[in-house]
Design a protein around this ligand. Structure first.
Ligand code: FES
Length: 157
């Protein structure tokens, strides 16, 4: 319920920005986790840019907040600590290397599986970090682990 006593549209509320912390803190820690409208996200600060995504890996629910950031094909990626899948920070694409089996001399090339991890919007206002959940209507693989029984990260990670 709003301050004026009226009910807020649940959809509007779900996509309103949520303050998750201070800019000074994430610049030191380089990453933070937060719950935004019942959805767990990880926020990275990498090379002067902020990136937010679902915290659990689209492949099998691995804890992306514990992964390392590496560059592949010039694109910063979070490498999932469970099975080493590579996910671009900017777009949530799954990257993989492929080679043409009919051309034994060919070098492996980086390819995209498409967007697999849902990316959310980060904004900064007056030193505060805000995350706004993605409203993109497509079905993203990471949605499976961001909802239902899987949505809570277990403390054993
Ligand atoms: S759970 Fe992330 S790569 Fe398998």
């Amino acid at each position: 319920m709003d301050l004026d006593g009226s009910e807020q549209d649940p959809e509007v509320k779900e996509y309103s920005p949520v303050c998750v912390g201070r800019e000074d803190d994430i610049k030191k820690s380089k990453r933070m986790t937060a719950v935004v409208h019942d959805r767990e996200v990880v926020i990275f600060y990498h090379k002067g840019e902020y990136h937010a995504m679902d915290i659990r890996c689209y492949h099998s629910g691995g804890p992306l907040h514990l992964g390392e950031i590496e560059e592949f094909d010039g694109r910063p990626c979070i490498v999932c600590p469970w099975h080493k899948y590579k996910i671009t920070l900017a777009t949530g694409e799954g990257l993989y290397q492929s080679i043409n089996p009919r051309d034994p001399s060919a070098k492996p090339e980086w390819c995209s599986k498409g967007v697999k991890q849902r990316i959310h919007t980060v904004t900064v206002d007056n030193g505060n970090i805000y995350v706004t959940l993605s409203k993109e209507p497509f079905k993203c693989d990471s949605d499976f682990y961001a909802t239902g029984d899987f949505k809570v990260i277990q403390s054993s990670f």
